[in-house]
Each structure stands twice: as structure tokens, then as C-alpha cells.
Design a protein around this ligand. Structure first.
Ligand code: SF4
Length: 893
């Protein structure tokens, strides 16, 4: 067995992992105790990395189609890349270089990012290269640049232990960055005086932990920060010496915030004026560490939100010292690395700006090309609009899933349909984008690739291959280099001579010389010994934990700049037709578009379907109850989901997770509803807010399906049903084996031919192994398959009461014999056995919600839950939820 160090491929915390491998297979993954980001801990997603590496559903061979109506065929790498080179060359020759585009990903290694950027800007001569980080981080980038002069996050994770106040804004850290939240919990235990302020419209598990939760109305953050500054001014909590010595633009900001009194802003934000005052006092007392994410970034005024929060740090001197910094949390594992190499349509290598002629000339010199094009490229949303209009004819998508993740999905799907050529470079075969690909280029996945990634605190870690690639997959950077050499043989060979990821890194390293992120002192050898923070210039013995301790900022004046912007409301206001604020966001155990987590059955145990959370009053107003199917409609489209009552939301607001797309549900997911309105500066779309209406979905016909087998193949098999039914939610269950779970509802029964095809696909047509029940007059038909005394598949049509307990019977591998009589009966629990186990709260130790609720009803507190049920004692990701359950003192159901 071998053990190789690497980093987790999910969120931007960048936890170090140790990958165990045997006979070419990843057999285990554990936290790396030596990695400073996590010190050996992993969250539920990280713990399940080995399972995701073992799951099927990989893209293994190049595939090509020359007729859009025909399926892709397996071809050789030579055939696939020659075809793409020919296609791109023809488009460029006829329509110019801006008729092609590259849409890449914050999940690529820095090396892959670097070569994509050089391919577009250096070889082809287009700036049409953008990334899914545009949906995630671009407002944070622009916010840093507008205030501090560079995209260089000033703080580090160690600041948590030095802070007097932690100010979390627009981030459900307990769910989205769990390991960092563990660290906050530990710091608060060690220092009970450490204050936690959470700004979030929802009472999330993060907010429940807070000393002060400001449940502001969606999109009102800028007004809140201005009001806090107003209080700081009145109470003389600002640091005038720091303002005078190290900043500019103060007078204009002071004038701006004069009108933002706590009383006035309390009405705008829907919070108490006294809470604004309290937040301002705790913030100014410091040392204050701000942690923020999509609530600030995914907004039509995301840059103003970021910069207004940074204003508070500058005005109070809460920056450049231990415990004091505005620290943006990155959603993706290598969003930061992408920013370092300038992998966005408006940036160039090493934090250079495309708009700056000197920067363009520097990069052209470094790359040994005549010039770098000056026209800014299309950003993510603009890029797909240009594809839809036919201005971009060939698009190359790498390691991302725009057919699920971009706003206004109907238009994105239109764009992908009309594109002349769609190239998809991807490790996974079943993403929502895959059906649109004319060419599929299989890429190596996590655990098979070499390179580097940078986390939220500027720490670069080595990514190592623990096993060989699967099938014919190739490293992302190598695919790009091969293509470049085919597209323009002479120039391509000169610009892309690399024979290893290390060679790419070494060139990237040189582009940073003298820049704010100078890493000329780093090498693969050094990073193999330990991850390092930048800057790390040649001759340095260590990286820099904190920036700006000397008060000198990387702006022409050397001063930080206050950002002056008025509060502006959300782009789409609610009205009589669309009266609810929709907030979209992340869940604890899924990540982004589920191409990886959606292949791991146990990661569905905490939440197995997309559910719309609503306040009880809003449900009541619409004569709805928890569990009803509802249509959620915006001006752009609709989805059908189950509604649930949630006390985490105020009346007038609802929340839908963003993970589920067309592969796991009917329709195209939450982003059918979101709008493509962009921040004017960062071009980041307002994914966090849309105005919606919610009405009951009258879908009388129901069906539920369960089947044991290969998860990816089972999901493939039921895709026609997902596309047919008004409501469909597919997922997986199980720990030792994959179990497909599928719930369907429709206005009318599906044709018998579809049911017969499903039965055949799931082995429910074998009369020797299948029990069945048919009540045609009432539209009921049921089939249950038993193999070797265990239930292996079931289809309940017309009546589905037994779904939950049948699922648990299958998951637990329980003997079928004692339950035979009840399997086809309309019962929610069999007399001979228990009901369904219910939602799993502790994924590591498989502890279900009803068991926890019963223990709490019997008097258990958190300590007893941990010691007796053992929940929360492994990765700890469920501890905030356990605390909330104890606090709300739930009674047994
Ligand atoms: Fe991975 Fe979880 Fe760490 Fe994020 S917090 S890097 S998802 S283990």
C-alpha cells in the first residue's frame, strides 16, 4: 500500500489529505495532520473522497460526433484532437479568434489554468477565457482590488485564534466550509470572550452559534455596513491615525455614511437598530476577522458589498495584525490559483490587468509573443449569451458544468444547442453539460493528477497522483498542450514545450517575479516538504502569513482606498406576481453541481432531494403544508419540488439548494429561476436572489422506484423518466452498496411502455424473482424483486406509502421473508418492522434524526448525544445541527 499527500478537491479551505492506494486503486483518504489548513481533520465530503474516487461514471475514452443528431462514438486521442484543431482553426480563420472561447474551472490545478490562459491569450489571440470562479469569486477579487490595490487576501486561518470578534457575512460556514467552522468552535471554547457575529437572512446553523445574528433582508448588506460605520463615527470608534497615514477617500465615505443612521438602516435591513450598534462596537473593539462568501459575492452589487465591509476594517485599523483581516472564503479548491495565473477574461498572469498596456507588454515578453490582445474577453454569463447569438461559434468547456450552474438555465441550454462545436474536457461522463458535447475529452480526476492548488489563505499545496489515470484519461494541462501543438504546429510547439506539470509551474513562477504574489522562492521540491503561503520571493525562508502589517498597500499611492457606493437593492424586486425572495445556496454534504458528490450514496443521507424551505406563515397563506409538491416560478422558468416548513427563514423568503440539476431532478434545477443580471464591475451574476411565486403543484399520479446496482448506471437508466415527469427527484442511498431512489409525480399516468422499459432496465420484469400487485381500475401497480432473500428492486406506482421503509430494508440488507406480506401493501410502516430510519444527521457514524430526537426528548444534551449515540464524534460536521436540535428542545416524533 502507498500513501501520498494531496489536498481535498472540494472547497477553498484546502484541507490536506493522505491518500492510501493499493494495486492502482484509492483505498482510503484521511486528513493530513501536518497540513496547517486542517491539522488532520476532514468534513463529511472530505471523509468520502475515497468513495467518490471508487465510484463509476467516469469519462474514460475520447468521443466524437460529427452529426449533432447522432450519438458520440469512441475515437482515438489523435482523431479527437485533430478534429478539434481543425474545427477551431476553421472558425478562427473565417470569423476571427474571438469566435472561439474557453470556459474553465476553479477546480483545475494552477498548471492547467496557466496553459489554458496562455492558449487563449498567447497562442490564439483571444481573451475569451473565463471560469466558473466568475460565479463565485469575482466580486471578492474586485472588492480587494478596489480597496487594497490587489487581489491579495490579507489574513490567514490562524487569525481565528487571535481574533476578539469574528464577523461572518453571507456565509453558512458550518455547511460550506465546515473545517474552518470547527476551528471557530474550538477557538470559542478556548476563549469564551471571542464574539461571533453572523450576518445572514437565514438562521443557519452558523447563525445559531452566533452571539449576534443580524438576519438582514436579502441584498441590504451595503446599508448595514454603512450604518455600522456611522455608529463607529458617532462613538469615535474609528482609528484616525491609521486613516490619515494609510488610506485615501475617507472624506467622501464619511459624507456618504452620514445618512445611514442605525434607525434608518434598521428599516432597510429589517433588523434592530440596537443590534447594528452592538455589531459596530464589537467589530471596532477587535481584533476582528471577517469571513465572507457568496452572500456578498453573488450579487448585482457584490463589489460594493465586499468593499463596504473592507471599509470597516480600514476605518478601524482592523487589518494587518493578528486576528484582524477581511478574509474572503473561496468556494472552489483552486479559485485562488486561477486568479494567480490571470485565468479570467479581464486578467493576466500574476495579478496583472488586461486593461493595463504595460502589463500586456510584460506578459507578451514573458511568453515571447508579439502581443496579448487588448479587448477584454467575454465573462461567463456573457460568453454563453454570445454563443447563443452565434458570435462565439466554438466553445471548449473544461472541468465545469454550465448546463447546471449558470443563471437562467433555459437560455444556457439554448446556447449549447446552437453552438457549432462544443468541446467538453471532463473527468465525469454524466454531467448535465455532457449531452451537448460534440467532442468529449476524458480528463484525469483527483487522485490521478499532479500540480498545485492555492487555498483561501494564499497557501499553495502540492496535488499528487496516488494512482494511474483511469481508461485513456489525460492530465488537463497535457490535453491543452497537445491541442496547442496541433492547432498551430510551429508556434504551439514553441509556446507549449512542457513535459511535466512542474515545467508549467516553473514558468508560471517566473511570471510572478516582483509582483505582489511573488513565488520565485518556491519549487515543487519545497512544496513537497510543506505547503507555503505567498508571497514567497527568491531568498525568502518562509511565506507571509499576513499582509499590510506596515500599512503600505500595493496601489500607486501606497495607500488603501475607501470605496464609496450607495446601497442599492436587489436587481429583481418582489411584486404582487412574484412576492417571495428566493435565496439559493449550499447544503452540508453536497458540493456544487454534484458531478462528484452525487456519485457517493452516503452523501445523500443528510438531504436526499431538493426541498424548498419556507416560513410556516407563507405556507399557510398558500394553503400548503410541509411535504406538498409546489411549483416555484420566476420570470425565467419554474421547478417543481417538495416544500418544507423551516423556522430558519423569515416570512416572505424561501430557500432552495443549488446542487440539483437535470441529472437528479425534473427540470433544470434552481438556476432555472435565477437571473443573469451582473455586477457592473465584477460581472458576477446575482445567483443569490430572485423574485418567485410558489403555488401548489397538482400532480395526482405518483411513482417511487428503488434499485440496487451501479449508481451511475442506474441514474443513466432513469433519465428519460426525469425528462418526462413534472416532478422527479433521483438520488442514491446506502453505505455498502448503491441504491437508486427515485420519486416521481405527474399530471397523468405514464404510458405502459415507459413502465415496461423501466421494469426491464431494473430487472423488475423477471416473473421468477418479482412479486407484483396490479389494481388497474385504481391505477396501482407494484413490483418488488427479491434475490437471495433480500429486496433488490421495487417499483410502486399509483400508491407509494411503503417507499421509506422499503428503502431502509434494501439499504440495510434486511431479510425479506418477515416483510413479504407487507411489501405490496399501502402501509407507511410494516407491523413486523420499523418505519424508515429517517434522515441521517451524522453521516460518519450513521446516526439518524429520529434517534437523536428521541434521545433529546429523554433529556439528552449535546454531551450525552456525543458520548452515547457517538454522533458528531468523527468529522464533527453535524455538531452545529446537533446543537440546534438540542437548543430547540425537540420532542420525539
Ligand atoms: Fe474538503 Fe471539507 Fe476541507 Fe472543504 S472543509 S477542503 S470540503 S474536507
Amino acid at each position: 500500500m502507498s500513501v501520498v499527500s494531496s489536498v481535498c478537491c472540494y472547497c477553498g479551505i484546502g484541507c490536506g489529505v493522505l491518500i492510501e492506494a493499493d494495486a492502482g486503486k484509492i483505498t482510503g483518504v484521511r486528513g493530513d495532520p501536518a497540513h496547517p489548513a486542517n491539522r488532520g481533520k476532514l468534513c463529511t465530503k472530505g471523509v468520502a473522497l475515497a468513495l467518490s474516487a471508487q465510484a463509476s461514471g467516469r469519462a474514460l475514452f475520447p468521443e466524437l460526433r460529427t452529426d449533432k443528431a447522432a450519438p458520440r462514438q469512441r475515437v482515438s486521442w489523435d482523431t479527437a484532437l485533430d478534429h478539434v484543431a481543425e474545427k477551431f482553426r476553421a472558425v478562427i480563420d473565417e470569423h476571427g479568434p474571438d469566435a472561439v472561447a474557453f470556459y474553465i474551472s476553479g477546480q483545475l490545478t494552477t498548471e492547467a489554468y496557466y496553459v489554458f490562459n496562455k492558449l487563449a491569450k498567447g497562442l490564439i489571440g483571444t481573451n475569451n477565457v473565463d471560469t466558473n470562479s466568475r460565479l463565485c469569486m469575482s466580486s471578492a477579487v474586485a472588492g480587494y482590488k478596489a480597496t487594497l490595490g490587489a487581489d491579495s487576501p490579507p489574513g490567514c486561518y490562524d487569525d481565528i485564534e487571535h481574533a476578539g470578534t469574528i464577523f461572518i457575512a453571507g456565509s453558512n460556514t458550518a455547511y460550506a466550509h465546515p473545517i474552518l467552522f470547527r476551528r471557530i468552535e474550538t477557538a470559542r471554547k478556548a476563549d469564551p470572550e471571542l464574539k461571533l457575529i453572523v450576518v445572514d437572512p437565514r438562521r443557519t446553523d452558523t447563525a445559531v452559534e452566533a452571539d449576534l445574528h443580524l438576519a438582514l433582508l436579502p441584498g441590504t448588506d451595503v446599508a448595514l455596513y454603512h450604518a455600522m460605520l456611522n455608529v463607529m463615527l458617532w462613538e469615535e470608534l474609528i482609528d484616525r491615525a491609521v486613516i490619515a497615514a494609510h488610506t485615501e477617500g475617507w472624506e467622501a465615505l464619511r459624507e456618504q455614511v452620514r445618512d445611514y443612521t442605525p434607525e434608518k438602516v434598521a428599516l432597510i435591513c429589517g433588523v434592530e437598530a440596537a443590534d447594528i450598534v452592538q455589531a459596530a462596537r464589537w467589530f471596532a473593539a477587535g481584533p476582528t476577522l471577517s469571513l465572507y462568501c457568496q452572500g456578498l459575492n453573488q450579487s448585482s452589487c457584490g463589489v460594493d458589498k465586499n468593499a463596504s465591509l473592507i471599509n470597516l476594517h480600514l476605518a478601524t485599523g482592523q487589518i494587518g495584525k493578528p486576528g484582524a483581516a477581511p478574509l474572503s472564503l473561496t468556494g472552489q479548491p483552486n479559485a485562488m490559483g486561477g486568479r494567480e495565473v490571470g485565468g479570467l477574461a479581464n486578467l493576466l498572469s500574476a495579478h496583472r490587468d488586461l486593461a493595463n498596456p504595460e502589463h500586456r507588454a510584460e506578459v507578451a515578453r514573458l511568453w515571447e509573443v508579439d502581443d496579448v490582445p487588448a479587448t477584454p474577453g467575454r465573462t461567463a454569463v456573457e460568453m454563453f449569451e454570445a454563443v447563443r447569438r452565434g458570435e462565439i461559434r466554438a466553445i471548449w468547456i473544461a472541468c465545469t458544468n454550465p448546463a447546471q450552474s449558470l443563471p437562467d438555465q433555459n437560455r444556457v441550454h439554448e446556447a449549447l444547442q446552437v453552438a457549432e462545436c462544443v468541446v467538453l474536457q471532463e473527468a465525469f461522463a454524466g454531467t448535465e453539460t455532457a449531452p451537448f458535447a460534440d467532442v468529449l475529452l476524458p480528463a484525469t480526476a483527483w487522485g490521478e493528477t499532479e500540480g498545485t492548488m492555492t487555498n483561501s489563505e494564499r497557501r499553495i499545496s502540492r496535488v499528487h497522483a496516488a494512482v494511474p489515470q483511469q481508461g485513456e484519461a489525460r492530465a488537463d494541462w497535457a490535453i491543452v498542450c497537445d491541442f496547442a501543438r496541433r492547432l498551430m504546429p510551429e508556434k504551439g510547439a514553441r509556446l507549449f514545450p512542457y513535459d511535466s506539470a512542474e515545467a508549467v509551474f516553473n514558468e508560471h513562477r517566473e511570471t510572478t517575479r516582483g509582483r505582489d504574489l511573488d513565488i520565485t522562492g518556491l519549487s515543487y521540491a519545497l512544496l513537497d516538504r510543506a505547503p507555503q503561503q505567498w508571497p514567497f520571493p527568491e531568498g525568502a525562508v518562509s511565506g507571509q502569513a499576513r499582509l499590510y502589517a506596515d500599512g503600505v498597500y500595493p496601489a500607486a499611492s501606497g495607500r488603501a482606498c475607501f470605496h464609496v457606493a450607495p446601497y442599492r437593492p436587489v436587481a429583481e424586486s418582489i411584486d404582487a406576481r412574484y412576492p417571495l425572495h428566493l435565496n439559493t445556496g449550499r447544503l452540508r454534504d453536497q458540493w456544487h453541481a454534484m458531478s462528484r458528490t452525487g456519485r457517493v450514496a452516503r452523501l445523500f443521507a443528510h438531504a436526499d432531494t431538493p426541498v424548498l424551505s419556507m416560513n410556516a406563515r407563507d405556507l399557510e397563506l398558500r394553503r400548503l403544508k410541509g411535504g406538498d409538491l409546489v411549483r416555484v416560478k420566476s420570470r425565467r422558468g419554474e421547478v417543481v419540488v417538495v416544500a418544507e416548513v423551516s423556522d430558519s427563514l423569515r416570512p416572505g423568503q424561501c430557500f432552495l439548494p443549488m446542487h440539483w440539476g437535470g441529472r437528479f431532478m425534473s427540470g433544470l434545477g434552481a438556476n432555472t429561476l435565477t437571473l443573469p443580471v451582473l455586477d457592473a464591475v465584477s460581472k458576477q451574476p446575482e445567483l443569490k436572489h430572485a423574485a418567485v411565486q410558489v403555488v401548489k403543484a397538482e400532480l395526482p399520479w405518483r411513482m417511487a422506484v428503488l434499485a440496487v446496482g451501479d449508481g451511475a448506471k442506474l441514474l443513466d437508466a432513469v433519465q428519460p423518466l426525469l425528462r418526462t415527469c413534472d416532478y422527479a427527484a433521483a438520488g442514491l442511498a446506502g453505505r455498502d452498496q448503491d441504491v437508486l431512489t427515485l420519486r416521481l409525480a405527474h399530471s397523468q399516468p405514464l404510458p405502459d411502455s415507459m413502465l415496461a422499459a423501466l421494469d426491464a432496465a431494473l430487472g423488475l420484469d423477471d416473473s421468477l424473482a418479482v412479486m407484483y400487485y396490479q389494481d388497474s381500475p385504481h391505477g396501482i401497480s407494484k413490483r418488488v424483486r427479491v434475490d437471495d432473500g433480500k429486496v433488490t428492486a421495487a417499483r410502486l406506482t399509483g400508491e407509494t406509502a411503503a417507499f421509506d421503509w422499503l428503502r431502509d430494508v434494501i439499504v440495510e440488507g434486511a431479510a425479506a421473508a418477515p416483510l413479504r406480506t407487507w411489501m405490496l401493501a399501502p402501509v407507511t410502516r410494516p407491523p413486523a418492522g420499523g418505519a424508515g430510519r429517517g434522515r441521517i444527521v451524522c453521516n460518519c457514524l450513521n446516526v439518524a434524526e429520529p434517534d437523536i430526537v428521541a434521545a433529546i426528548a429523554a433529556g439528552a444534551g449535546l454531551a450525552v448525544l456525543l458520548s452515547e449515540l457517538k454522533c458528531g464524534t468523527e468529522c464533527g460536521s453535524c455538531v452545529p445541527e446537533l446543537k440546534r436540535m438540542v437548543a430547540s428542545n425537540r420532542v420525539a416524533v
